[in-house]
Design a protein around this ligand. Structure first.
Ligand code: GLN
Length: 535
């Protein structure tokens, strides 16, 4: 049977949750026994989001093969078992880069290189490549970033129009739009949806399904109106209502409306029965927790909703697993300064998490928070920069090396406890040149890390340039630190934890990229367990 394609476009405005909708639908089809893959097409010119500020773009999600990708891939990972790799995220920058490289090689000799067909062919090839990541993929979901009507997403839309034209029976289009409730008028308005579908039709794309993001479920009349004006059948208009408690309710909401069955019908896909019991149970433990845990996150992009997306979700997964209600307190690290009492800024949490980050701003506040957690014996979980902070604080205050620092912050420090990776010393270009992707890490028995993972060998994903400087290893060990995880065959430090502390642990990698709601990450679970015990 030929591979089927589901294209997901967005209308009216951004931030409607297209990634979440795509991941939720894919989740349902997967549950019905269909093997899926997902690709995100991003219309910006950057090769990848790796060089963008978290304020611009939110989190950069990293795959095993070291691709720095859009945060929607994090949703795909959490909701599905789709293969995720470099082939799962394409940007306009990548598309033009390949076409122009080929042009310089002479591959188009004699021809004028144009958006149609050369750019659109390249986009179509990338969609096809996504389906080749693993054997037997039956359905490929293609999420098109941006909003219909944007100039920059036009080549992607034209490419999917052609793609469908070449495979009429194997493709469907789902359009996610916004149906606002206008308070003054006391009614919901379908006009923006009509306009955005109109715009899609102008470029030759006719949606098969319309998903309406709305505050409250739409009435039958409202759906019929959308069906009439947008030229889709009456049973093809669905609610994507704002969820009350958790994003993990979204697949259940779609399933209730039988969206998964309609998609299988339209694509003439044979599908098995669905069993959402485990998923429902997980959602129910998020909604009906038995106890409470309060976690402080000290970061410098804390005001940006999406900058620590995977970390927030990993905490949600672990809390659901432990049947605890999660309260997150966000602390802006550069507001934590010495002359304010640190305790008065951040006190009152059961544990503290310091996420990854770059550059000098806010580092002191993080070091002060680590000191607070260490001295008060409150659980501390440091991720990437958060592990480096643990090491800097330990060196400054336990080893009494007052100027200990990372060379990222102070190039001339006499005590560079964190310094540049050897392989990074020659690097000049910033894009795509960090230590990226999955590396094997060996755990030391009888450590907190080992107890959490319950195995010796783990693979975790990385995104950093600096590392713990092994010249300080002995002094650390003599003063109560354990290097509980190291790169196999090398002594590169991957995990540091402290003895005589309930949970003071830092990891150089990013465990948050590998947590799923039904498979919470062991370190997040161990951290929250320590926080709950502390209470
Ligand atoms: N800035 C640090 C480094 O490059 C940490 C990076 C991170 O937290 N992702 O090593």
């Amino acid at each position: 049977m030929s591979i089927k394609y589901v294209f997901i476009t967005g209308g009216v405005l951004s931030s409607l949750g297209k990634g979440l909708a795509s991941a939720s639908i894919a989740n349902l089809l997967e549950n019905r026994g269909i093997k899926i893959a997902i690709i995100k097409l991003d219309p910006y010119l950057n090769i990848d989001p790796g060089t963008m500020s978290p304020f611009q773009h939110g989190e950069v999600y990293v795959t095993d093969d070291g691709a720095e990708t859009d945060l929607d891939l994090g949703h795909y990972y959490r909701f599905t078992n789709s293969p995720l790799s470099k082939a799962s995220n394409t940007t306009t920058g990548q598309v033009y880069d390949s076409v122009i490289k080929r042009e310089r090689k002479g591959d188009y000799l004699g021809k004028t290189v144009q958006v149609i067909p050369h750019i659109t062919d390249e986009i179509k090839n990338r969609i096809l490549n996504c389906s080749k990541q693993e054997k037997n993929i039956q359905v490929v979901f293609v999420e098109i970033g941006g909003t219909v009507g944007d100039i920059e997403s036009l080549p992607f839309l034209e490419a999917i129009r052609q793609f469908r034209n070449e495979r009429e029976d194997d493709c469907i289009n789902i359009h996610l739009t916004y149906v606002p409730y206008i308070k003054a008028a006391g009614e919901v308005k379908t006009k923006p949806t009509q306009h955005s579908v109109g715009m899609l039709r102008e470029i030759g794309i006719i949606p098969d399904i319309i998903l309406c993001r709305c505050e409250n479920p739409l009435s039958k009349e409202q759906k019929d109106k959308i069906s009439l004006f947008c030229n889709v059948s009456k049973n093809s208009v669905f609610d994507a209502v704002d969820v009350d408690h958790t994003i993990y309710e979204v697949p259940l909401l779609f399933h209730e409306q039988k969206l998964d069955l309609l998609i299988c019908d339209l694509l003439k896909l044979k599908c098995g029965a669905i069993n959402m019991q485990k998923w429902e149970k997980m959602v129910s433990s998020i909604i009906n927790p038995k106890r409470k845990v309060k976690i402080g996150i000290v970061g410098k992009y804390i005001d940006h909703q999406d900058a620590y997306k995977s970390i927030f979700e990993s905490l949600v997964h672990a809390a659901a697993y432990l049947n605890a209600e999660l309260e997150i307190k966000k602390f802006e690290s550069d507001k934590i300064v010495k002359n304010n009492s640190v305790a008065s800024s951040i006190k009152g949490c059961d544990g503290y998490l310091i996420p990854g980050g770059f550059g000098e701003r806010g580092l002191d506040g993080k070091v002060l928070s680590a000191k607070y957690a260490r001295e008060k014996k409150l659980p501390y979980f440091g991720i990437c920069l958060g592990m480096q902070v643990l090491a800097i604080e330990f060196a400054q205050n336990v080893l009494k090396l007052k100027d200990a620092n990372s060379t990222e912050i102070d190039q001339d420090t006499k005590n560079p406890v964190i310094s540049l990776l050897e392989e990074q010393k020659e690097v000049e270009k910033l894009g795509g040149t960090m230590r990226l992707g999955a590396y094997l890490c060996e755990l030391k028995p009888n450590t907190k890390a080992y107890k959490a993972y319950k195995k010796k060998i783990i693979f975790e994903r990385h995104r950093h340039r600096f590392e713990f400087n092994n010249e300080y290893k002995k002094a650390f060990e003599e003063n109560g630190a354990i290097f509980s995880g190291t790169l196999k065959g090398d002594s590169l430090c991957e995990i540091i934890e402290l003895k005589n502390h309930p949970f003071m642990l830092g990891v150089q990698f990013h465990p948050e990229f590998k947590s799923k709601p039904l498979e919470p990450h062991p370190l997040f679970v161990a951290f929250l367990e320590a926080c709950l015990k502390k209470k």
